[in-house]
Design a protein around this ligand. Structure first.
Ligand code: AMP
Ligand code: GLY
Length: 406
C-alpha cells in the first residue's frame, strides 16, 4: 500500500481522497468530516512548508498530493521535494501560472497559446484606457489569487472601474463569447495526460445569473464537444505551455487546468489553474477507473510516459453544490445537516462541514457536493438531484440547472 498525504479540506479533496483511498493508506491535513471516514486527519496548516514536511516524515509519506492553490503558491511542494518526498503539485515558480494572471499571459504569449488580448494595469487611468479600448462587456481580473471571486464581468463601466480600483494590479481583457470547457492535464514536466473534459457553473444563480462563485456544480464528459477537442487543446495549449515552462527552467509537475472558451474564432484560454478544479474534479474522478494513486505517483516521479492509457467508466457524472445561504457573500454558518446514505451511483462529498459535538454543521460557503453517475448525462443529473432532495440542510441552497449544457 502507498502511504499518501493529501493536503486540503474541501469537496475537491474529498473526491481526491475517495479516489485514492482504495489503494492507499490515507493521511489528510487538515481534512474534513468526510475525509475523516477515509483516513487519518491531522490538524496541520497545509500552507506551512515546515509543518507539512514534518508531517510527511511522521507518516512516512510515499506521495504527497496538494489539493488547493494556496500551499502551492506558498512553496510547499518545493519544501517537500527538497526533503525527498515525491510530490504531486507544481513548484512555487510554476504555480505562478495561477498565482498571477499577468504572468500566465506572458507565458501564453511566449508559447503562442491562444487567449484573450489583455492589458495589465496598475493605475486608474490605465484601467480606464483599457476598458475603453476593449469596450463592453468588460472583463476585470484581480492579478492575484481571489478564491474564484476576483473576476468581474459586467457591461456597467462604473462597476468595472470600481472593481479595478480595489485590485492593485489588474488584468483587463477582451470579452470571450462561447461555451466554456475545463480540461485537466496530469503533467510530469514533460509528458501530459488529459482527463475527461468538464463544464463548470460559475455564477451563483440559475441561468448563469448573479455574481461569480468558486463553482456551483459541474458535469462531465461533454456530449456536445466537437470531435477532436481534447487533442486540439493538448496540441495548442497544454503542450506548448509545458514546453515554455521547461524552457524557463521551471518545469510544470502537477495538474494543469485549462479553462477555455470555444469562441466563433476558435478556442481561447480564459485562465490557467495549477491544481484540480473544484467542483469539476468531483465529477471527473467519479468516472475514473484507473487507480488515481498510480497516475499521481507516475506524474510525481516523472514516469507518465510509461503509464498505460487511463480507463474510464462509460456514462456521465454530475456534481451539484449545496451552498450556505448568503454565499458568495457572507454565508450563514453553523446550519445543521443530515445526510442520506451514499449509494453506488449517488453520494455526498463534504466541502465546508465540521462536527459540532457529534452533529454535522456547515462551516463554509460551499458546504456539500452531491454526485450522481449514470449511463447518460440526463440520468446522472436526475440521480444527483434525487439524492440532494434527501439532504436535510434548511440553511442551504443550490442551482437547479446543473448538468444542462450552457
Ligand atoms: P477566471 O477566474 O479567470 O476563470 O474567471 C472566472 C469566470 O469569469 C470565467 O469562468 C468566465 O466565466 C468569466 N470570464 C473570465 N474571463 C473572461 C473573458 N475574457 N470573457 C468572458 N468571460 C470571462
Ligand atoms: N472550478 C473553478 C476552479 O476550480 O477554479
Amino acid at each position: 500500500m502507498t502511504t499518501v498525504l493529501l493536503l486540503g479540506s474541501g469537496g475537491r479533496e474529498h473526491a481526491l481522497g475517495r479516489a485514492l483511498a482504495p489503494d492507499s493508506t490515507l493521511h489528510v491535513a487538515p481534512g474534513n468530516p468526510g475525509l475523516a471516514g477515509l483516513g487519518t486527519c491531522h490538524d496541520v496548516d497545509a500552507s506551512d512548508p515546515d509543518a507539512v514536511v514534518t508531517l510527511a516524515h511522521e507518516v512516512a509519506a510515499d506521495l504527497v498530493v496538494i489539493g488547493p492553490e494556496a500551499p502551492l503558491v506558498a512553496g510547499v511542494s518545493d519544501a517537500l521535494r527538497e526533503a525527498g518526498f515525491p510530490c504531486f503539485g507544481p513548484s512555487a515558480e510554476a504555480a505562478r501560472l495561477e498565482g498571477s494572471k499577468a504572468f500566465a499571459k506572458q507565458v501564453m504569449e511566449a508559447a503562442g497559446v491562444p487567449t484573450a488580448t489583455a492589458r495589465v494595469c496598475t493605475t486608474a487611468d490605465e484601467a480606464e484606457a483599457a476598458l475603453d479600448e476593449f469596450g463592453a462587456p468588460h472583463v476585470v481580473k484581480n492579478d492575484g489569487l481571489a478564491a474564484g471571486k476576483g473576476v468581474v464581468v459586467t457591461s456597467d463601466r462604473a462597476a468595472a472601474l470600481a472593481h479595478a480600483k480595489t485590485c492593485g494590479t489588474v488584468v483587463i481583457e477582451e470579452y470571450l463569447d462561447g461555451p466554456e470547457v475545463s480540461l485537466f492535464a496530469i503533467c510530469d514536466g514533460e509528458t501530459a495526460v488529459p482527463l475527461l473534459p468538464a463544464q463548470d457553473f460559475k455564477r451563483v444563480g440559475d441561468g448563469d445569473t448573479g455574481p461569480n462563485t468558486g463553482g456551483m456544480g459541474a458535469y462531465c464528459p461533454l456530449p456536445w464537444a466537437p470531435e477532436g477537442l481534447v487533442a486540439e487543446i493538448m496540441a495548442t495549449v497544454i503542450q506548448p505551455t509545458l514546453a515554455e515552462m521547461r524552457r524557463r527552467g521551471t518545469p510544470f509537475v502537477g495538474l494543469l487546468y485549462a479553462g477555455l472558451a470555444l469562441t466563433g474564432r476558435g478556442l481561447r484560454v480564459v485562465e490557467f489553474n495549477v491544481r484540480f478544479g473544484d467542483p469539476e474534479t468531483q465529477a471527473v474522478l467519479a468516472l475514473l477507473e484507473t487507480p488515481l494513486v498510480d497516475v499521481l505517483t507516475a506524474a510525481a516521479r516523472g514516469e507518465l510516459a510509461a503509464l498505460p492509457p487511463l480507463r474510464w467508466r462509460d456514462g456521465a457524472a454530475v456534481v451539484v453544490v449545496e451552498a450556505a445561504r448568503g454565499y458568495p457573500g457572507t454565508p450563514v454558518a453553523g446550519g445543521a445537516i443530515t445526510l442520506p446514505a451514499d449509494t453506488e451511483d449517488a453520494w455526498t462529498l463534504h466541502a465546508g462541514t465540521r462536527n459540532d459535538s457529534e452533529r454535522l454543521v456547515a462551516s463554509g460557503g460551499r458546504v456539500l457536493g452531491i454526485v450522481g453517475v449514470a449511463d447518460d448525462l440526463e440520468r446522472a443529473r436526475d440521480r444527483a438531484y434525487q439524492h440532494l432532495s434527501r439532504v436535510e440542510y434548511p440553511d442551504g441552497f443550490h442551482r437547479t440547472d446543473i448538468g444542462i449544457p450552457h
